[in-house]
Structures are given as structure tokens and as C-alpha cells.
Design a protein around this ligand. Structure first.
Ligand SMILES: CCCCC/C=C\C/C=C\CCC/C=C/C(=O)SCCNC(=O)CCNC(=O)[C@H](O)C(C)(C)COP(=O)(O)OP(=O)(O)OC[C@H]1O[C@@H](n2cnc3c(N)ncnc32)[C@H](O)[C@@H]1OP(=O)(O)O
Length: 297
């Protein structure tokens, strides 16, 4: 501790930890320690020196976003948000080949209307927390990333994807016979524009990493073993900007999209429940799940 204080004091004297005469959060981080947090489906490691946390999804087989997963994710994110030492979070997966398979389809099949409503509220909460985070968020996409997995990456500030043609990313909802809600659509439109989104959503298009880069769905490609390292480098570039200015700019950019969901939140839940309880939609989802299982045989 004494050594840490001594180092901080000398850095402060050198002005390295001050911006505009104000002690930066980075400086304050020097006084905090590394932190680890584990839940069943997520692990978080916070480096107290850099102020960067790595949130790793570890819910086999495919990191699907079940109600439990979403709850654990949102709580972990809230804890980081409240930790003044944490300035950025990198999202990644511990699973080989899959970043996240998106919403857990079993949560949308054969359950009660009350369950669907609770599930959808959790999906909204997850989106709202990540979309409006004060922290810099970088997705280190080290595997396939359909539907809700793609949404998770899209709400981050920056996306680095593994350059492996076996992986793909996109909002493929129509291929399941379902419809991406307006806030999924808004998130994609804000990233790749209206025309590309119109095609991508109608066709349920899954982009290869190279095509995703071409349309701006991801920002950068890296070899699979370098994705997290590149994400860390990007993070340091973003953290070089004073937090308050960056965050106010992010809020200004994202507020209209965030407000739209907040205003229509209950109506959106009703719409989801009405949609997903239709016999035809239940049939489509059951058939899709079955086709996933058949693929292995
Ligand atoms: C105008 C009216 C508008 C109304 C609109 C209102 C509301 C909107 C309504 C609905 C909106 C819903 C939005 C939905 C979003 C979603 O995210 S849906 C989920 C979409 N996800 C997918 O399509 C991914 C499917 N999975 C895969 O493609 C592959 O599994 C993979 C991710 C590429 C990984 O491949 P691989 O490693 O080969 O693994 P397997 O395919 O063998 O899978 C292993 C097991 O995992 C099961 N599984 C896979 N994905 C899911 C999932 N998303 N949910 C649940 N389970 C999943 C798969 O069945 C295997 O299970 P078994 O081991 O066979 O038991």
C-alpha cells in the first residue's frame, strides 16, 4: 500500500494523473484494488490500476440469454457502474466458438403469459442498462453472435470481432418466424443505417466477420487469439478522453432511442406477450428449437 501511495504521489507530481487540474478517475483507481466477482454464468475481473473490467460470459452450451442469465448480467453491470474506480468494461465469452446465441428460446416456449412478461422486462432492463452505461463498453466478439447476442454487441461503444469465417453476426429473428422489436431495429439502424437494416432484418441476415466490417456492424477484426488484446488497446484509446465529456456525448447520442423504449415499455411488453402467445409463433419457435437439435444428429 505504501508503495502504491508513493507511486501515485510521484505520478501526481508529474501531472500524469490530472486532466484540466482535476484528479482523474484513473488516478483514483490507483488507490483501489483488483476485484473479482463470480456468479454461476458470469465472471468479472476488475483491474484497479486501469479501471477496466472484463465481464466474461460462461454459460454453456451457448451463453443463451435466459431470465437467470439476464438477471446476473444486469446485477454485475450495476455493481460495476456503482464502482467509481471502474471506467470501462470489455464483454467476452469463455466458450469456444460462441459469443452468445441470443435470447434463450426455451424462455419463449410453452410458458405462461406472466413468465413471458417477466422475461421481456428483463430483456428490456438488460438493454437499457448496457445502452446507457456511463462506462466505455467494448465487445470482444470471439464467436458467433446471432439475434440477442448481436444486440448485446451493438449496444456497446465498440465491437472487435474474431476474423474467422465460421463465425457470424446479425439479427436473424425473421428466420425463426419472429420479429425484432422496434428497439432492436433502432439499435441496428443507429449503427449501419436504414437501408442496410431494412435488408438485414427482413432477410434475417447473418454476416460473416468480413461483411460485418464492410457494413459497419463491427468496427474492427482481429485474429481469434488477439480479440481481447485488441479490445484492451481500443479501451485505452477511449479512456484517454475525459469521462464526463465522453459520457455526456454518449447520452446525447443515445437519449432519443433510450427514451422511445422507456416511454413505450409497458406497451412493448404487452405486444411481446400477445405476439409470443400466438399458436403460430409457438409452433415456429418449437420447430426452430427442434431444427437446432436435429442439426447435431
Ligand atoms: C408487428 C408485431 C411486432 C411484434 C413484435 C413484438 C415483440 C417481438 C417478439 C419477439 C422478439 C424476440 C426476439 C428474439 C431474439 C433472440 O435472440 S431469439 C434467439 C435466436 N438465436 C438463434 O437463432 C441462435 C440459434 N443457435 C445457433 O445458431 C447455434 O446454436 C450457435 C449459437 C451458432 C452455436 O452452434 P453450436 O456451437 O454448434 O451449438 P448447437 O447448435 O449444437 O447448440 C447447443 C445447444 O444449445 C441449444 N441452443 C442454441 N441456441 C439456443 C438459444 N438461443 N436458446 C436456447 N437454446 C439454444 C441447442 O438447441 C443445443 O441444445 P441441445 O444440446 O441439442 O439440447
Amino acid at each position: 500500500m505504501a508503495a502504491l501511495l508513493k507511486r501515485s504521489a510521484s505520478l501526481l507530481r508529474a501531472g500524469a494523473l490530472q486532466k484540466h487540474g482535476v484528479l482523474t478517475k484513473q488516478a483514483l483507481c490507483l488507490f483501489s484494488t483488483n476485484m473479482r466477482m463470480f456468479t454461476n454464468k458470469i465472471s468479472v475481473e476488475m483491474d484497479g490500476t486501469t479501471g477496466v473490467a472484463v465481464l466474461t460470459m460462461k454459460s454453456p452450451p451457448v451463453n443463451s440469454l435466459s431470465l437467470d442469465f439476464l438477471t446476473e448480467f444486469t446485477i454485475s453491470l450495476e455493481k460495476l457502474e456503482m464502482d467509481k474506480a471502474c471506467r470501462g468494461v470489455i464483454l467476452t465469452s469463455a466458450l469456444p466458438r460462441v459469443f452468445s446465441a441470443g435470447l434463450d428460446i426455451t424462455e419463449m416456449c410453452g410458458k405462461s403469459a406472466e413468465h413471458y412478461a417477466a422475461f421481456w422486462r428483463a430483456v428490456q432492463e438488460f438493454w437499457l442498462k448496457l445502452y446507457t452505461s456511463n462506462m466505455v463498453t467494448v465487445a470482444a466478439i470471439n464467436g458467433s453472435c446471432p439475434a440477442g447476442g448481436c444486440l448485446m454487441a451493438l449496444v456497446c461503444d465498440y465491437r472487435v470481432m474474431a476474423d474467422d469465417p465460421k463465425f457470424s453476426i446479425g439479427l436473424n429473428e425473421t428466420k425463426l418466424g419472429i420479429v425484432a422489436p422496434f428497439w432492436f431495429k433502432d439499435t441496428m439502424t443507429n449503427t449501419i443505417g436504414n437501408r442496410e437494416t431494412e435488408k438485414a432484418l427482413q432477410l434475417g441476415y447473418m454476416y460473416s466477420p468480413a461483411d460485418a466490417l464492410k457494413v459497419g456492424l463491427v468496427d474492427q477484426l482481429a485474429s481469434a487469439d488477439k480479440v481481447e488484446t485488441v479490445a484492451s488497446t481500443v479501451m485505452s484509446e477511449w479512456l484517454a478522453i475525459p469521462d464526463h465529456a465522453r459520457h455526456l456525448t454518449k447520452s446525447m447520442m443515445r437519449k432519443p432511442t433510450r427514451d422511445r423504449l422507456v416511454t413505450h415499455r409497458d406497451a412493448d411488453i404487452t405486444s411481446f406477450v400477445n405476439f409470443v402467445t400466438k399458436d403460430s409463433i409457438q409452433k415456429s419457435l418449437q420447430m426452430y428449437l427442434e431444427s437446432l437439435k436435429q442439426r447435431k444428429r
